[in-house]
Design a protein around this ligand. Structure first.
Ligand code: ATP
Ligand code: MG
Length: 558
């Protein structure tokens, strides 16, 4: 395992290092993270954030946060706010370097006029369907638009009238004049402006023409003096177009470098799909703890360190792959293991009575707060005659190899005594187990030299325990690749109906002071985190991740 503070070596870092040493951009390094504010950030974005902010930090440069807000229809201020909050939480430091592509609308407009003046752009009256039909295919060249040879004057006049709102949506576009026969489809006279009478979240009704993403993106990078414009592989084929724009305009030329998107098993990472889950009420909202969003993961109890370590572990490559969800959980668990306070809680309580323990007596046993951190100390836990234990820690008829409680068997109570199961009380009508009766051995208190038994179980004292609601989350999808749907199916056909189970648990009283986002390990059960709605009257915990390392198992199989 690598040292988390050391930069990971990768091909992008190598390029930047080389440019840094050669003084290509005066030794300057400036990256950017450019989300479109059309949804909440997800774990794929975390990979890009860690990469861009990490490289800027390593080379003492800067990383800009830039909202690529060129589509007024899908973008909202709520998304802008959530994105800012999520990046800060992840540790991305953009200071006051927040920018918006919409701040450049005037400049982009002037540059479009420059292209027209150079006879490198024209107003086209074809509909979007016609543009698509005349575009050709990867194996067939496209056809020139009948409007391609308009004069500069006519184009200038029409473009201005487009801007002035004289034409309805979709009536005309401004297209770059490149090459309808280029083997690269992106160079076949791409649309750079469209008419859209829509209110923008920042510029209001100032504009009724909007720049296309491809036109705005490279120029925004240039305006901000970005040295290394790092993006995902699907933009590789767009690079020649960005280069063409920058060359025509003769402006500062950032270097674009592409890397592989993160894909995770059992997960969808497309904002369009995530939006559907939210809009159809399949999840509670963007921050539902089952969502692969950064806000969902935060609410679920993931730590920023854990997420960052995961993102760093991914490295970067030139081919898209799929990463196991279990790997993400491994890094989350690894980080929580160091920091989370241990407590005892019983998810599915079963009453256990120690028949030889004096009624009304209470003694305190000493429990370790964190075995990974001696400075965390210990706490006293009340022990008494009636306890709650986990239902699954008792079996009336045990299978071979079961070492927990069953009639006649002994187990140790964590931090407490060795107990022996003497009797099971059942509901005579239903056969339901109501209570387990045991005896305890007073000479076996934990910490003393005593005999050994095969199993240790957790418990809480019934009179002292507090009720807590616990939400047990499981994967949102039942298949490894919910994006791969046969026929006219839809990714929602793979939703896991058991992705959430709510139980009424009992926990040690110290949990009463848990504040939203506080993280714990419930001994033997997993890591849990107080939900944002958790309060004194109603304590609610989310299961973050179980204790078992399922990734290690997967690794062995390979
Ligand atoms: P989605 O397909 O989820 O809507 P997007 O690429 O449209 O994602 P943007 O808001 O445009 O989302 O992304 C902002 C930045 O994050 C871009 O630089 C993009 O390349 C990067 N990014 C998005 N998804 C991933 C991912 N799965 N892995 C790595 N980087 C990603
Ligand atoms: Mg996008």
């Amino acid at each position: 395992m690598h040292d988390n503070n050391l930069p990971l070596s990768n091909f992008i870092r190598d390029i930047i290092l080389k440019d840094h040493v050669s003084g290509k951009y005066g030794g300057r390094v400036r990256t950017r993270f450019p989300p479109e504010p059309n949804g909440y950030l997800h774990v794929g974005h975390a990979k890009s954030i860690v990469l861009n902010f990490g490289l800027a930090k390593e080379f003492r440069g800067e990383c800009n946060l830039r909202f690529d807000d060129t589509n007024p229809i899908k973008e909202e201020t709520e998304y802008v706010q959530s994105i800012i909050e999520d990046i800060k939480w992840l540790g991305g430091d953009f200071g006051d370097r927040i920018f918006y592509a919409s701040d450049y609308f005037s400049q982009l407009y002037l540059w479009a006029i420059e292209l027209i003046n150079k006879d490198k752009a024209y107003v086209c009256d074809l509909s979007s369907d016609q543009v698509r039909e005349t575009r050709g295919t990867p194996t067939q060249p496209g056809h020139d638009s009948p409007f391609r040879d308009r004069s500069v004057e006519e184009n200038l006049g029409l473009f201005e009238r487009m801007k002035n709102g004289e034409f309805p949506d979709g009536a005309r576009t401004l297209r770059a004049k490149i090459d309808m026969r280029s083997p690269n489809l992106n160079l076949r006279d791409p649309v750079i402006y469209r008419i859209l009478h829509a209110e923008h979240h920042r510029t209001g009704n100032q504009w009724c023409i909007y720049p296309m993403y491809d036109w705005a993106h490279g120029e925004s990078d240039s305006i901000e003096g970005i040295t290394h414009s790092i993006c995902t592989l699907e933009f590789e084929d767009h690079r020649p177009l960005y280069d063409w724009f920058l060359e025509q305009l003769g402006i500062f030329h950032p270097q674009q470098i592409e890397f592989d998107r993160l894909n995770l098993t059992y997960t969808v990472l497309s904002k369009r799909k995530l939006l559907r889950l939210v809009e159809q009420g399949i999840v509670e909202g963007w921050d539902d703890p089952r969502m692969p969003t950064i806000s969902g993961m935060r609410r679920r109890g993931y730590s920023p360190e854990g997420l960052r370590n995961f993102a760093r572990s991914l490295g970067v490559s030139k081919t898209n792959g799929i990463t196991e969800f279990e790997k993400l959980e491994y890094y989350i668990r690894e980080d929580l293991n160091k920091a989370a306070k241990r407590v005892m809680a019983v998810l599915r309580p079963l009453k256990l009575v120690l028949t030889n323990y004096p009624e009304g007596q209470v003694e305190f046993v000493e429990a370790i707060n964190n075995p990974e951190d001696a400075s965390a100390g210990t706490r006293p836990l009340p022990f008494s005659r009636e306890l709650w234990i986990e239902q699954e820690d008792f079996l009336d008829v045990p299978p071979k190899g079961y070492h927990r409680l069953y009639p006649g068997n002994e187990v140790r109570l964590r931090y407490g005594y060795i107990i022996k199961c003497q009797n099971v009380v059942k509901d005579p009508a239903t056969g339901e187990i109501l209570e387990i009766q045991c005896t305890y051995d007073p000479d076996t208190r934990s910490g003393q030299r005593t005999r050994k038994v095969k199993a240790t179980i957790h418990w809480v004292s019934a009179v002292h325990a507090i009720p807590v609601e616990v939400r047990l989350y499981d994967k949102l999808f039942t298949t490894e690749n919910p994006n791969n749907v046969p026929g006219d199916g839809d990714f929602t056909m793979y939703l896991n109906p058991k992705s959430l189970e709510v139980v009424q648990a009992r926990a040690e009283a110290s949990l009463a002071s848990a504040r939203p986002c506080d993280r714990y390990q419930f001994e033997r059960l997993g890591y849990f985190c107080a939900d944002r709605c958790s309060a004194a009257g109603r304590l609610v915990f989310n299961r973050t991740v179980e204790l078992r390392d399922t990734w290690a198992k997967l690794q062995k199989k390979i």
